[in-house]
Design a binder for this molecule. Structure first.
Ligand SMILES: Nc1ncnc2c1ncn2[C@@H]1O[C@H](COP(=O)(O)OP(=O)(O)O)[C@@H](O)[C@H]1O
Ligand SMILES: O=P(O)(O)OC[C@H]1O[C@](O)(COP(=O)(O)O)[C@@H](O)[C@@H]1O
Ligand SMILES: [Mg+2]
Length: 469
C-alpha cells in the first residue's frame, strides 16, 4: 500500500491500518572514546551499584546498544532523511572506563553569561562527588585563559562550597572571551594533572573544545573533554534548546509588558524592545509568541526595509491608526545591514572574533522619529525604547532551566565516566544523547522562517514581510 495515499471512503467508518515502510540505513554518529589505559586496567564497576540508597533496578543502566534518533518525524511522501542518524543515549553505564579514585576534574565557563551556568557548575561538583566519589574537582577561573593562569585561578570545589550556587545568576568562576592559546591551555591541563575537562560555553567554546580534543589525541593524552552547550541565544543546533533560554524568554516578558504599558498610555505610542540574538531570533520570536502584545517582531533571519511603500514605518503608522499604539520587538542582529557604518566599525570584533554589532534599537528609534516628523508633522508621536539586554541573561535560572541544567550536568558526568570524550550531552527530541563535539561545533540553529513557528508569529502579530517593492 502507498503510505502517502489517504484512506478513501467514509472517515467515521474507517479502521486503523498498518502500513509497512522500509526505512534507509541507520548511521550511528558515535561519541569518541578515550584510548585504552596503558596499564591494561579493565573496566571498573559503577559505584552507583553499591550506593546505599540507589539500588539500581535492571533498567537503570544505559545498555551499550541504546541509541536515540536525530529525526523524530519526516514526510514519507518526500523521502526520509538518508541515512537516518542516531546518537548514543546519555546516562549511567554499568561499568566505567575511568577509575573515579584517579580522576581529577576541571570545570570552566567561557563566553557570555546565561541563566543556569552556576547550576551546571553546582551539579557537576555535587554529581562528581556524590555519584562517583570524584573528590578532586577544580573550578578554573575566567574562561580558557584560566588554564594557563596563576595557581589561584584553580579553585578546589566541593558540595559545601557550591551549595547555593543554583540560586545565583552569572558564573561564580567568572568568564572571558578570547585568550584561546591551544598549546598553553593543553600544557596547563597536563601540568595540573587534570584527567577530565568540562567546558561550559557557546558555539565559540565548542570550537575551542574541538581543538583541545584534537590536541589531546595528537599528544596521545588520556584526558577526556566534554562541552556543555550554553547559549542564551539558543543558536546551537541538533539539541532541542540550550539551557537558560526559557528563563531569558520569561524575563523578556517584563520588558515587553513595560513597553506595552508605555505605548498604550501615550498618544500614538510605540514601545520598542531590543532583545539578544546575535545571529538568531529565537528569544525575540518566543517572547513575541508568549506575550501576545507584540505587533511586529524583527529577527536577523529576515531582511526588512523601513521607509517607503511596504516598509516597517508605514506598517506601524497604519497599526497606530487602527489600535492607537504598537509594540515592536527587535533582535540585536536584525537589520544590521541597514545601519550605516564606517570601515573601522565594519572590522570591529570582540576578543573571541565575533563581529561587533551596531545598536539597532536606538537607530530604529531615531529613524522612526525622523520619519514620523517628516511624514506626519502635525500628529503627536512617542517612542519608548527599552533595552533589557543584560537583565535577561544575568538572572538565576527558573525551575525548568534548573532541572535541565541538572540533567545536562549528570549526563556529562555519566558520559565521561563511561569513557566517552569529545562529546556534548543534550536532549534530542527529549532524549538525552551524546553528540560528537565536532558536529555541535558546526551545527547552527537559525530560526526556520518557513516553519510553523514563524507562521504562529504572523498569526499573533499579523505582520507582513517588509520587502522592498
Ligand atoms: N574557532 C575557535 N577556535 C578555538 N577557540 C575559539 C574559537 N572561537 C571561539 N573560541 C574561544 O572560545 C571561547 C568562547 O567563545 P565566545 O565566542 O566568546 O563565546 P561562546 O562560547 O559563548 O560563543 C573564547 O575563549 C574564544 O577565544
Ligand atoms: O557583551 P557581551 O558579553 O560580549 O555579550 C553580548 C553577546 O552575548 C550574546 O548573548 C551571545 O553570547 P555567546 O556567544 O556567549 O552565547 C549575544 O546575544 C550578544 O551579542
Ligand atoms: Mg557564541
Amino acid at each position: 500500500m502507498d503510505p502517502t495515499v489517504p484512506n478513501s471512503g467514509d472517515h467515521a467508518a474507517s479502521t486503523p491500518t498498518n502500513t509497512t515502510v522500509t526505512l534507509p540505513p541507520l548511521t550511528l554518529r558515535d561519541a569518541p572514546r578515550l584510548p585504552a589505559s596503558p596499564s591494561g586496567a579493565t573496566a571498573v564497576p559503577n559505584p552507583i551499584s553499591s550506593h546505599p540508597y540507589f539500588h539500581p533496578p535492571p533498567t537503570f543502566y544505559i545498555s551499550p546498544g541504546d541509541v536515540s534518533l536525530r529525526h523524530a518525524f519526516f514526510d514519507l511522501a518526500s523521502g526520509t532523511p538518508n541515512p537516518l542518524v542516531a546518537y548514543r543515549r546519555a546516562g549511567p553505564r554499568e561499568s566505567l572506563a575511568v577509575d573515579p579514585a584517579r580522576a581529577r576534574a576541571a570545570l570552566v565557563t567561557c563566553g557570555g553569561l546565561c541563566p543556569g551556568l552556576n547550576t551546571v557548575l553546582r551539579e557537576l561538583v555535587v554529581g562528581l562527588h556524590e555519584l562517583y566519589g570524584v573528590l578532586d574537582v577544580f573550578g578554573v577561573a575566567a574562561g580558557y585563559r584560566g588554564f594557563y593562569g596563576a595557581d589561584d585561578d584553580h579553585v578546589r570545589l566541593d558540595p559545601a562550597s557550591v551549595d547555593d550556587w543554583h540560586k545565583k545568576g552569572g558564573t561564580a568562576l567568572k568568564t572571558t572571551r578570547g585568550g584561546f592559546d591551544l598549546n598553553k591551555i593543553v600544557d596547563g591541563i597536563v601540568a595540573r594533572g587534570y584527567t577530565q575537562v568540562y567546558a561550559i560555553g557557546g558555539d565559540g567554546t565548542m570550537r575551542g573544545a574541538v581543538a583541545i580534543f584534537e590536541e589531546f589525541k595528537r599528544r596521545g593524552l588520556r584526558i577526556s573533554i566534554t562541552g556543555i552547550p550554553k547559549t542564551v541565544d539558543n543558536d546551537i543546533g541538533i539539541i532541542d534548546r540550550s539551557f537558560g533560554f526559557q528563563t531569558a524568554v520569561e524575563i523578556a516578558q517584563q520588558a515587553i509588558d513595560a513597553a506595552h504599558v508605555e505605548a498604550v498610555s501615550a498618544v500614538n505610542g510605540i514601545g520598542l524592545v531590543k532583545l539578544m540574538g546575535r545571529s538568531t531570533g529565537h528569544i525575540a520570536l518566543h517572547a513575541t509568541l508568549s506575550s501576545r502584545d507584540v505587533d511586529c517582531c524583527l529577527i536577523p533571519e529576515i531582511d526588512f526595509h523601513v521607509e517607503g511603500k511596504g516598509g516597517l514605518f508605514e506598517f506601524l503608522y497604519e497599526r497606530i491608526k487602527k489600535k492607537g499604539h504598537a509594540v515592536v520587538v527587535v533582535a540585536e542582529g536584525a537589520g544590521q545591514e541597514l545601519i550605516p557604518r564606517t570601515d573601522d566599525q565594519k572590522r570591529e570584533q570582540d576578543e573571541s572574533g565575533n563581529m561587533l554589532f551596531l545598536d539597532v534599537g536606538p537607530w530604529l528609534k531615531s529613524e522612526l522619529g525622523r520619519w514620523w516628523k517628516r511624514e506626519h508633522p502635525t500628529e503627536l508621536f512617542t517612542v519608548k525604547y527599552i533595552d533589557p539586554t543584560y537583565m535577561i541573561r544575568a538572572v538565576p535560572a527558573n525551575a525548568t532551566d534548573n532541572l535541565y541544567c541538572t540533567l545536562l550536568a549528570h549526563s556529562a558526568i555519566h558520559g565521561i565516566m563511561a569513557g566517552f570524550t569529545g562529546f556534548v550531552p543534550g536532549p534530542i527530541n527529549g532524549n538525552y544523547s551524546y553528540i560528537p563535539l565536532e558536529d555541535i561545533a558546526v551545527a547552527k540553529n537559525p530560526v526556520d522562517v518557513n516553519d510553523h513557528k514563524w507562521a504562529w508569529v504572523r498569526s499573533v502579530t499579523d505582520q507582513p514581510d517588509f520587502l522592498k517593492p
